[in-house]
Design a protein around this ligand. Structure first.
Ligand SMILES: CC(C)(COP(=O)(O)OP(=O)(O)OC[C@H]1O[C@@H](n2cnc3c(N)ncnc32)[C@H](O)[C@@H]1OP(=O)(O)O)[C@@H](O)C(=O)NCCC(=O)NCCS
Length: 210
């Protein structure tokens, strides 16, 4: 059994950088960027709330600006994913949140929402890998899960491409937009994440033949 973490990890090394992307903390000015995709019914179809309006975007961005580090159950790291644009600036293409499910800080959950205009290029995949590195590498988590509306095929495909295992289907356990919906649960354990070998330590000594 993996013991509970005795002390919280140091603050995460944000911004995270990948080949094409930067994952950084939210700023006030991101409200308009997030509204661009959270304002769409197709993007929020399987989310608990949405589409957002401008006031909701400001509230959410304000709330998420305080989610910087995981030091207790329910605490989260909220990041926007930005990509260089043609004008030499950076455009927000999505956002990802990692939070601790309980006091052990060893059980994490991830959620992701990306602008459909940036879809189909593997950007969510690339950003999620950086966040899995954060979960298993920086925070030393033991397990990360993703829960989604069972009809959310794009999110399920993303989990499978990342190497999550499909673990179960909970029947009608979420009320999404006034409809009881089934939830798909995907999970990944630390040894299943390729980047986690150094964090988990060497494999146990080879046992003799039984
Ligand atoms: C779930 C979601 C983030 C997935 O986004 P996505 O863009 O499909 O995910 P990926 O980054 O993995 O991109 C995958 C697509 O890019 C293609 N692709 C192109 N280049 C790629 C690359 N270098 N690496 C990986 N995939 C690549 C893949 O073939 C795939 O195409 P397909 O969808 O036709 O199979 C997005 O659909 C979303 O934001 N949905 C709305 C919000 C939501 O429901 N969130 C989930 C809450 S649990």
């Amino acid at each position: 059994m993996t013991p509970a973490r005795p002390t919280p990890a140091p603050p995460p090394p944000v911004p995270l950088r990948t080949e094409r992307l930067e994952l950084r903390y939210l700023r006030d000015a991101d409200a308009d960027e997030l509204l661009r995709y959270y304002g769409r019914a197709d993007t929020t179809r399987y989310l608990l709330d949405g589409p957002w309006d401008a006031a909701k975007a400001r509230d959410e961005v304000g709330r998420r600006q305080g989610r910087l580090h995981i030091t207790a159950a329910g605490f989260a790291v909220c990041l926007v994913v930005v990509e260089p644009d043609a004008q030499g600036g950076r455009a927000v293409v999505g956002d990802i949140t990692l939070w601790a499910v309980d006091d052990s800080l060893s059980l994490g959950e991830i959620s992701w929402v990306f602008d459909p205009a940036a879809g189909g290029r593997g950007l969510a995949n690339e950003a999620a890998r950086a966040v899995l590195d954060l979960a298993f590498g920086h925070y030393g988590m033991h397990r990360v899960r993703v829960r989604m509306d069972a009809r959310n095929a794009a999110s399920a495909r993303l989990c499978e491409r990342l190497g999550f295992r499909r673990e179960g289907l909970l029947r009608q356990d979420w009320l999404i937009k006034e409809e009881w919906t089934d939830t798909l649960v995907y999970g990944m354990l630390a040894p299943e994440w390729p980047g986690a070998a150094a964090v988990e330590g060497p494999p146990p000594a080879q046992a003799g033949p039984r």
